[in-house]
Structures are given as C-alpha cells and as structure tokens.
Write a protein that binds this ligand. Structure first.
Ligand SMILES: C[S@@+](CC[C@H](N)C(=O)[O-])C[C@H]1O[C@@H](n2cnc3c(N)ncnc32)[C@H](O)[C@@H]1O
Length: 270
C-alpha cells in the first residue's frame, strides 16, 4: 500500500518520459481518481492509496492518451468542459476566436450566430455566456460530438440550437449576422504528434492541402446574407486563404495567436 506522498513520487517518475509536467499530472490524476481537489492532495501526504486503479490511469497517460480524455475534463476560457475522444480537445488559441466574435457582435443588439464544426461546443457556449442576447445555432457532422456539446450546454445552462449536418446542408436559413468556425485544417498526409492520434480524424483533417473545408465555409458565407465570417486556420494558410479571396469585395483581416503565428481571419461584407 502506498501513501499519497510515495505514490506521487513513483507516478512522477513513470510520467517523466511522456509529460513536461509529470508531478502536476500525477497530482491531477490522483485527485481525479479519489474525487478530491488539489488542496486535499497536497495536505494528505500520509493517507493510504490503493495503487491498482491509479497506476491504470498512469499507464494510459504513459501511452500518450491526453490527460483531458482520461479525466473527461478541460479548462477553456476559465470554465470546465466535459470532453471525450469524440471531440477535439479545445486549444487555448481558440479563446482568441471567441473574443474576436464577441467584440464583432458587440454593436449588434440581438446577434444571430452560426457555428460550423462545434465539437465540444466550447465556442458557441462561451459566446452564449458572453452575449446573452445572441441566438446561436451550432452545427457538426458528428452525432457523437453533438452529444458532448449538448452535455456542455446543459452544464453551463445555455440555450443553443444544435444541428446534425455536413456543413450547412441541413441548415437553410439565409439571413444572420456571423458565421464562426474552427474547422479541421490539417493536411491529410501531415505526420502528427502521437498524442493527436487519440483525437477524432474528422476534427483534424481538412483535405489533401488542409484548407479545403475553410474554402467551402467561405463559399457558404458568400452565398448567404451574412455580414461576418470568423475562422481559425493553420499557421501556414494565410497566403492560400488570401489567394482564395483575392477577387472578392470582402474586407479581410488576419489575426495571430499568442505565439505570433497567423491563426485566423475575419471577413466582413461592406
Ligand atoms: C477542429 S474541430 C473544432 C471543435 C471546436 N469548435 C473547437 O474549437 O474546439 C472541428 C469540428 O468540425 C467538425 N466537422 C468536420 N467536418 C465537418 C463538416 N463537413 N460539417 C460539419 N462539421 C464538421 C468535426 O466533427 C469537429 O467537431
């Protein structure tokens, strides 16, 4: 039988090869298993811990499964969301996209927002919290992802219309204010870090070049009576997106992420 202190030491040692923060992850997984908070973990060094269940979790992490899938939890925009392997793990840079849409919608009394590719629902849910007057529709091609998004909407007490659809095939409304999307944008043949192999392919791969789905979303924006389109994109896709839009009359503004990489754009019909 291990004590909290000794089992954390052993788990930290085992996690060293896989994690940059082995000690922290060891504590998170122990807190998750014991259904305790971090304060309890650091103040109960001598408490006895049953090791079998804990080392099973550590083994999953050693096989590179993301800790968010093991604990079914991720923090985004300071809030806790449920995640499982049916959805992309939200990335911190997507908070910039949420802020961009929230500030773009500020002057609109009752913004009508449509999200394409909602995944865990984090973008739509945060927008519903930040813009209580907004009406939001969230679309995804994956039924399983929509279940996760619905679960999160319920958890955060927001009302969102969810639609199961390939892009906007099952969504025929023409007039609204803004489309937002963080679509899959990785090229089909790009070699990925092993941790990403746990995430759904449908959430990652955007076509043989990578930005094909982004192009389709731009086409949808072109066809509908929508003022704005805000999208996240791959850091090497600025030129190809600018090219795709070069004969359009839309106002195009790119934005960068916190690492200074090109990360997305806002389109506006003038
Ligand atoms: C990169 S994930 C983004 C998830 C979430 N919005 C986020 O930012 O964390 C892309 C999402 O788009 C969905 N998706 C992929 N192709 C789609 C399509 N053709 N139509 C609708 N949704 C699609 C995937 O299922 C996935 O949930």
């Amino acid at each position: 039988m291990y004590s909290v202190k000794s089992i954390l030491l052993e788990a930290t040692r085992r996690l060293r090869g896989v994690s940059d923060i082995p000690n922290k992850e060891a504590r998170i997984l122990l807190a998750f298993l014991l259904k305790k908070n971090q304060l309890w973990i650091i103040t109960h060094d001598d408490e006895h811990v049953e090791e079998e269940g804990y080392f099973k979790l550590i083994d999953r992490r050693i096989k590179n499964e993301p800790i968010e899938y093991i604990t079914n939890s991720v923090s985004f925009y300071g809030k806790d969301f449920y995640v499982d392997s049916n959805v992309l793990i939200p990335r911190p840079e997507t908070e910039i996209l949420v802020n961009l849409v929230a500030s773009t919608c500020k002057g609109i009394k009752k913004p009508r927002i449509v999200e394409i590719g909602t995944g865990s629902g984090i973008i739509s849910i945060m927008l519903a919290i930040l813009l209580p007057n907004a009406t939001i529709t969230a679309i995804d091609i994956s039924k399983e992802a929509l279940h996760v998004a619905q679960k999160n909407a319920k958890k955060h007490g927001v009302d969102i219309e969810f639609i199961h659809s390939n892009l906007c095939e099952n969504f025929h409304e023409k007039n609204f204010d803004i489309i937002v999307s963080n679509p899959p944008y990785i090229a089909n043949d790009e070699a990925l870090h092993v941790g990403l192999s746990f995430e759904p392919n449908m959430a990652l791969y955007g076509g043989s070049i990578g930005d094909e789905i982004l192009h389709k979303i731009i086409d949808i924006y072109r066809d509908k009576n929508v003022k704005y389109l805000a999208c996240e994109m791959g850091y090497k896709q600025k030129e190809s997106i600018a090219n795709y839009l070069k004969n359009s009359y839309f106002k195009l503004k790119f934005y960068k992420d916190l690492a200074g990489l090109d990360r997305g754009f806002l389109l506006e019909k003038s």
